[in-house]
Design a protein around this ligand. Structure first.
Ligand code: PFF
Length: 681
């Protein structure tokens, strides 16, 4: 099998790539998604599903995206095309949804720029911050300032809020200058945009931890509520958060890896990125909760108590209401606020431009057009589409579109599709060998089973679960509708965007590019012509169909035994089909398409069965009333242990990765000088 070798720009250094990927992963989601989910779903107990999700799904999927991008040296659409011509739309779908994200992500950067401006004005004028206020009224002040004065106050240019529009353009200009010269420059810029927010986060964490009352805040963050572990929703949110946080499914990591030097490591980089992302989220949570604990103490002493749970919030509410309010209570408020919003800008900008790069590389790889032409056009289209978020209903549009992109037909479906397609239609062994050959440590065959069986079943269950929620909403008359039955415009816009994204993905993949002259050769890159084991495959399909029949019978008759029989049959089929692919998928043979169809049917069946079991479990757990957790003024012994264990895990994890990297570098030193290999086997 010949690897198509061609001149492609590369990252200046391994560090540049790792930091760029960390920069993409570490974003606003780490600061307003992770801590809030941790607090809402069991405090310290949430770390168990999160760590399981990170190591069992997040890092293996990251390795998958890295290996495909690095192997094909192509952005997502073209990379999928090289697995199979008909699969190009999968790549486009992810990339186009990524484009939807960068129509609204810069709006949040625009808000941060405005708040930075407010902080600067306050520093120079000596006036208090415009949202500052005392006690619980101060919280209202902060909320009114954001939602009324800032988002929907005066200063309109036509239907657009002038200040936000200006800041939006500024955000795009900043992104443009970060990526216009290609990944080599990106690899240098991230040496600033990644460590800077880390430093500021550490400063904020130290500041928070030196405030009186910080332990009360940390108790809210870390005191474990173990009963939450019995709730499947806790697990569902942990898996969703890991997926979003690692920037999976939108082709970003795949594209970044396509610019990686041919000899560069894959597996160890993925582990470093996963652990660094987790560490940032965890420390971000400490900074937030310690500061809010300090705020609770100050307001209680002033006789106007504002408890931690009154202000703690997720999403924009945390970044633009709760935290600014908490900071406004501290001495030197304007400076802290400036540091916080500058940190948000540096945190978000590399996530934003990573998506821009993925869309840009997708278009450039497909059309062969020049970056210098595509990027300005893309930026103008991005600003143009982003205009909808700077109108009076902008934030509501933003929330809805974000919900759709991260919902059933967005991240949930694309993630599942990607995993199924690569697990069952590409030669995983080739990708695994490719990753192993250049990595500091090696993946075993367990990785094939994880990608082909475990992850699709988990993602399949999550997808069907989201779908089930949507159907329930639809039945309750809430889907796309307001309480009074009228059409909810922002939902309809979000839905429209999702449909257009899907159609556009198919259209883009049908459009034949002159740039694809090597396509015949490359499409077959991963597959030999003839196929084998047809009858076993057909047998697998029949058993999977029987399992699905049993599932339907279990649904109509409500017999648990039918449900469990269905799972047992489907598991047997899945294992059989997996073994067939493991044994017969090589340079001279390929297993019949029936083996793949049988495996995929079995995944669908198991996911549906597991979903029914989890829904029943959820109902049972919801029936049992659990007492809300009482938080003491200081951390409990268990919380200290959790804190210690997490730090040890992070230090040991990163230490192990760096040690592997150093020992491998010492061993490979002479090898690096050899000419690049061209063949994969
Ligand atoms: N991982 C980023 C965060 O946690 O904020 C968000 C993100 C970036 C999602 C890039 C998806 C993506 F492609």
């Amino acid at each position: 099998m010949e690897l198509l070798e061609e001149q492609r720009e590369t990252w200046g250094s391994r560090g540049g790539f790792v930091l760029a990927a960390v920069g993409s992963a570490v974003g606003l989601g780490n600061l307003w998604g992770f801590p809030y989910k941790l607090y809402s779903y069991g405090g310290g107990a949430f770390l168990i599903p999160y760590i399981v999700a990170m190591f069992c799904i997040g890092i293996p999927m990251l390795i998958l995206e890295f290996s495909l991008g690095h192997f094909t040296q192509r952005a997502a659409p073209d990379a999928f095309r090289r697995v199979n011509k008909r699969l190009e739309f999968v790549g486009w779908w992810g990339v186009i949804l990524g484009f939807v994200i960068i129509t609204y992500y810069p709006t949040i950067l625009a808000y941060c720029f405005s708040y930075m401006g407010d902080s600067l004005v306050s520093i120079f004028s000596g006036n208090p911050l415009p949202w500052a206020g005392e006690g619980i009224e101060g919280v209202e002040n902060a909320s009114n300032y954001f939602f009324k004065d800032y988002l929907t106050g005066g200063g309109y240019i036509g239907p657009f809020r002038g200040e936000i529009l200006l800041m939006l353009i500024l955000a795009w200009v900043a992104m443009y200058f970060c990526i216009f010269r290609g990944v080599n420059l990106v690899g240098k810029i991230v040496w600033l945009t990644v460590p800077l927010p880390w430093i500021m986060l550490l400063i904020l964490a130290v500041r928070g931890l030196t405030l009186e009352g910080c332990m009360k805040g940390l108790a809210f963050y870390l005191d474990p509520d173990w009963t939450q572990l019995a709730k499947p929703t806790t697990w569902r949110f942990a898996f969703g958060q890991v997926f979003f946080s690692l920037s999976l499914a939108f082709g970003v990591m795949l594209t970044y890896a396509s610019f990686l030097h041919r000899k560069s490591d894959i597996n160890n980089n993925a582990a470093i990125i996963g652990i660094a992302d987790f560490a940032t989220s965890f420390i971000g949570g400490i900074a937030i909760f310690a500061t809010i604990g300090g705020m609770a103490h100050i307001t209680a002493q002033a006789g106007q108590p504002v408890p931690v749970n009154e202000v703690i919030n997720g999403g924009p509410g945390l970044a633009f209401v709760a935290f600014p309010y908490a900071l406004a209570q501290l001495p030197g408020a304007a400076w802290w606020s400036l540091i916080f919003f500058f940190m948000l800008v540096t945190l978000g900008i590399d996530s934003a431009f990573s998506i821009t790069e993925s869309v840009l590389a997708g278009i450039v790889d497909k059309t062969g057009w020049r970056r210098s032409i595509v990027l300005p056009v893309m930026s103008i289209v991005g600003i143009g589409t982003g205009l909808m978020y700077v109108t009076i209903d902008g934030l509501s549009f933003l929330g809805t579109v974000d919900g759709f992109v991260n919902g059933t037909w967005g991240i949930a479906f694309i993630g599942l599709l990607e995993c199924v397609v690569l697990g069952w239609f590409s030669r995983l062994d080739v990708l695994r060998d490719h990753a192993n050959e250049r990595s500091d440590w090696h993946l075993g065959r367990w990785w094939n089973a994880a990608i082909r069986i475990v992850i699709p079943v988990v993602l399949g269950t999550l997808f069907f679960w989201s779908l089930y929620d949507n159907i329930a909403q639809f039945k309750a008359g809430e889907f796309l509708r307001n309480a009074d039955g009228t059409c909810r415009i922002s939902d309809c816009v979000g839905m429209g965007i999702m449909v257009v994204a899907c159609l556009l993905a198919v259209m883009m993949s049908l459009f034949r590019s002159p740039h694809h002259k090597t396509e015949k050769q490359s499409a077959k890159l991963l597959r030999p012509e003839s196929s084998t084991a047809r009858s076993s495959g057909i047998f697998g399909c029949v058993i999977a169909a029987v399992a699905l029949g049993l599932f339907i019978a279990a649904m109509t008759s409500e017999q648990a035994v039918l449900l469990y029989s269905s799972i047992a049959l489907a598991v047997a089929t899945l294992v059989m089909c997996h073994v067939m692919l493991e044994r017969f998928d090589n340079d001279s043979m390929r297993p019949s398409g029936f083996a793949r169809a049988g495996g995929i049917l079995a995944i669908a069946d198991i996911s549906l069965c597991v979903l029914i079991i989890l829904i029943n479990l959820s109902k049972k757990v919801a029936d049992k009333q659990t007492k809300p957790l009482e938080h003491a003024d200081t951390l409990s012994g268990t919380s200290y242990i959790i804190l210690g264990v997490v730090f040890v895990l992070i230090v040991l994890g990163l230490g192990w990765c760096f040690w592997k990297a150093i020992t491998a570098a010492a061993k490979n030193e002479p090898e690096q000088l050899q000419p690049e290999e061209k063949s994969l086997g």
